[in-house]
Design a protein around this ligand. Sequence first.
Ligand SMILES: Cc1ncc(COP(=O)(O)O)c(C=O)c1O
Length: 378
Amino acid sequence: MPGFELIGEEERAALNELMDEGGVLFAHGFGPMRKRYHVRELEAAFRDKLGANDALCVSSGTAAIKVALKSLGVTYGDEVITQCFNFIATVEAIVDCGATPVIAGSDETLNMDPTQLEGLITKKTKAIMPVHMLGVPARMNEIKAIAKKYKLPVIEDACEAVGAKYNGQYAGTLGDAGVFSFDFGKTITTGEGGLVILQNAEMAEKSRWYHDHGHMNLEGRPRGLDRAGITGFNYRMSELNAVVGKAQLAKLDYILEESGKRFKVLCDGVTVPAFKKRAIPEEAEPAFDTVIFEVKDKNLRDSTIALLSDMGFGTKNLPDAMNWHCSVFWDHMGFDTRTPAAMETLALLERQIAIPVVLGRSVEDYAALADALNALAD
Ligand SMILES: Cc1ncc(COP(=O)(O)O)c(C=O)c1O
């Protein structure tokens, strides 16, 4: 979330520099008119920062999911397993490929419950897509073990977990592919934008083709005489977004460090049992952008939401944007939304309150919030 709070001189200077360099906003060609290829530079910077094999910038996180699915050939009649607590984009991308979303419920981490996975795998399953919701990685060891047993690829939706880690490795680099969003609400932002982390060379090639109308960028051929390797689409990122992205990426470690202080003060400071902290897998280090408590008592839940509003923190998606984050509400997409696992997850989600971690509020503000929550439950 804090990326937008830190938009400032660095982003402004990067945009001005782009204009001074020739003002080419397209990520391909126009060599004589430009000095650099910023989209390619952002991809390399992300690849190196995250320790990944390959990275591809695209126009949004939603596009990143679609590109990853298409690079696997996901199509009509296929099934992709994802989770109930989610953002609608993940399921939209599956449906847009002509495939059917199959929904796993959540465990106490609020992410994909790996114990449900084997029961959901069928002959039609093409991929497993865990989603690291609100900054906390899913139980990837267990998910990957099941994927390996059934020889299924894993696409991590790490849109809400830029900078989070699992087993010391960045979220998004643990599966065959990982996707990030840089929309305006994310840890770092390019306004709109996304990234596909590609660990598998065949998926990387198909992703590059697909996001650019199928262009194979064959060596020695001008773009106009290039060949198409796949039925593609346009999900390219522009140079404008890329220069902002490079400035934001340089701020990522600072954002994580400062968010971590606020996250810790709030988590450690709330000591009353009426507020149950979200479980975090022991292998995981969150991106620290949200603190979630389960509050079973309805009256206490209501008074907590009122207190968060009074103190100017508000809530983040739980409970204020449930319709967009719980698959039970997505009947319009024509799949079975009301499975027992999904209904159970809805009940679990209805007891949660998610508090945004922002840098515009001080560490002391979060300590004061912890005190106020303890007092409220007394
Ligand atoms: C988990 C998740 N997946 C996908 C997306 C889609 O990203 P974008 O808004 O960049 O299309 C989001 C954005 O909110 C998200 O939270």
